[in-house]
Design a protein around this ligand. Structure first.
Ligand code: ZN
Length: 373
C-alpha cells in the first residue's frame, strides 16, 4: 500500500498519480488523478513508489529478475540465486556457477537483459496458490518457506519468479542495464554487480570521460587508444633492452677498473669497493665479473641508493673452506644498521646507515686477516 502522495498507480491501460489515501473499513484506498490512458473497475493496478531513491531501488530490483533469467539462459539451468543485495545505487547478485563468467558471456547476458528492457513488457504480479505458481514455472528458492498463497511476478515470458518486492510497471522503465563487475565470492559462487537507469547512464558517461582522458594523455583519438598503447609498450620493451645492455657495459667497465684496487691480505686477493647508484642486479653482475678474474680472493661491493645501503660479498670457490661470504656480509651489514646472509660463495645484505659505510668497508681487511691467520 502506497500512502505517500506523489506515488503512482499503473495498469496495463493507464496510470494515475496518488494524491492521498483513505481508509475503507480494513482496506486503504487511493485518491488519485488520472495521468494517462483509462482505468476501469476491475483493473489490476500496480502501485509504484515514486521517491527518486526508492524508484532507483525498484529499477535495480526489477533488473535483478531479468539478470537471473538471462544468467540461466546464457550459462545454464544450474544457475540458482545464492544471495542478493539491492540498493538505489546498484544490484548485487550471487549465484551458483563453477567457473568465472567469460567476457563474451557477460556481454551476452547484458545484451539479453537490455533486449528485454527494450521489449517493454508489462510487469505483472498475480497472487496464486504455491502449487499453481510452481506449475507455471515460477522460479522459487529451493528450501525457502513460502505461504500457501504466493505473489508471482512475471515480465513477459522471460522471467517468472516468486517475489514480494517493489517493481517497475514495464521493463522499459529500467532504461539501461550495465554490468559493473563479475567475481568469485566462494567456491562455486559468482557475484555480478550492475547498475540501471540513471546510474547506468552515469557509468557510461564516466567510462567515456576516462577514455577521453586517456586519449588526451596519449595524444590520440579515443578509437586509437589500443593501438597507441601497443606501440608504446613495444617501444618500452626496446628501450628496456637497451638500458640493460648499457648497464651491462657499465658494469663490465667498472669491473675492469676495480681490479686496480685489489690488495693482498695474507696472500689472498681482497677487493672492497663502493659503487655509485647501482641497482642490486647490476651489483650482482659486477661481483660475478670481478670474482671470475681473481685467482683466490674475496670481494665486497656496496652501493647507496635512496639512503639505503646494498651490500654484496663474494668468495672464490677455492677459498670458501676458510672464508664464508655469508659471515663476511653479516659482519659488514651489522655496522650499517642491517643484517644479511647467504651462501659461502655469495651473500647479500641491506643497511639503513649510509654514513657508517666507509668505516664498515675499511674494516673488511682486518676481519679477513683474522679469518686467515
Ligand atoms: Zn522482485
Amino acid at each position: 500500500m502506497l500512502k505517500a502522495a506523489g506515488n503512482k498507480g499503473t495498469s496495463a491501460n493507464g496510470s494515475y498519480q496518488v494524491m492521498g489515501t483513505k481508509k475503507f473499513g480494513s482496506h486503504f484506498g487511493h485518491e488519485g488523478k488520472l495521468g494517462m490512458g483509462e482505468l476501469k473497475v476491475g483493473d489490476t493496478v500496480n502501485a509504484r513508489v515514486e521517491g527518486p531513491r526508492r524508484q532507483a531501488t525498484a529499477l535495480n530490483h526489477s533488473a535483478t529478475h531479468l539478470l537471473h533469467a538471462a544468467l540461466r539462459t546464457v550459462l545454464g539451468d544450474h544457475v540458482t540465486q545464492k544471495g542478493s543485495l539491492v540498493t538505489h545505487e546498484r544490484t548485487r547478485f550471487d549465484f551458483s556457477h563453477p567457473q568465472p563468467v567469460t567476457a563474451e558471456e557477460l556481454i551476452a547476458i547484458e545484451s539479453m537483459v537490455n533486449r528485454e528492457i527494450r521489449q517493454n513488457e508489462v510487469v505483472e504480479t498475480r497472487v496464486m496458490p504455491i502449487e499453481e505458481a510452481k506449475a507455471a514455472g515460477a522460479m522459487a528458492l529451493f528450501g525457502e518457506k513460502y505461504d500457501d498463497e504466493v505473489r508471482v511476478l512475471s515480465m513477459g515470458d522471460f522471467s517468472v519468479e516468486l517475489c514480494g518486492g517493489t517493481h517497475v510497471a514495464r521493463t522499459g522503465d529500467i532504461g539501461l542495464f550495465k554490468i559493473l563487475s563479475e567475481g568469485g565470492v566462494a567456491s562455486g559462487v559468482r557475484r555480478i554487480e550492475a547498475v540501471t537507469g540513471e546510474g547506468a547512464l552515469e557509468q557510461v558517461v564516466a567510462l567515456e570521460a576516462t577514455l577521453d582522458q586517456a586519449a588526451a594523455l596519449l595524444k590520440t583519438g579515443a578509437d586509437s587508444i589500443v593501438s597507441k598503447i601497443e606501440q608504446m609498450t613495444e617501444r618500452l620493451k626496446v628501450t628496456e633492452r637497451e638500458v640493460d645492455a648499457l648497464k651491462m657495459k657499465l658494469a663490465t667497465q667498472a669491473g675492469g677498473d676495480l681490479l686496480d684496487d685489489v690488495v693482498d691480505v695474507c696472500g689472498v686477493q681482497c677487493l672492497v669497493a663502493s659503487l655509485d647508484g647501482q641497482d642490486p642486479k647490476t651489483l650482482r653482475d659486477t661481483l660475478d665479473r670481478v670474482k671470475n678474474r681473481l685467482s683466490q680472493g674475496v670481494v665486497v661491493l656496496a652501493t647507496v641508493r635512496d639512503e639505503k645501503v646494498n651490500l654484496i660479498a663474494g668468495v672464490t670457490d677455492n677459498l670458501t673452506d676458510r672464508v664464508k661470504a655469508g659471515d663476511l656480509i653479516g659482519f659488514v651489514a651489522a655496522q650499517v644498521g642491517g643484517r644479511g646472509g647467504g651462501r659461502a660463495d655469495m651473500a647479500q645484505a641491506g643497511g639503513t646507515e649510509p654514513a657508517s659505510l666507509p668505516d664498515a668497508m675499511k674494516s673488511v681487511a682486518a676481519w679477513l686477516e683474522e679469518q686467515l691467520s
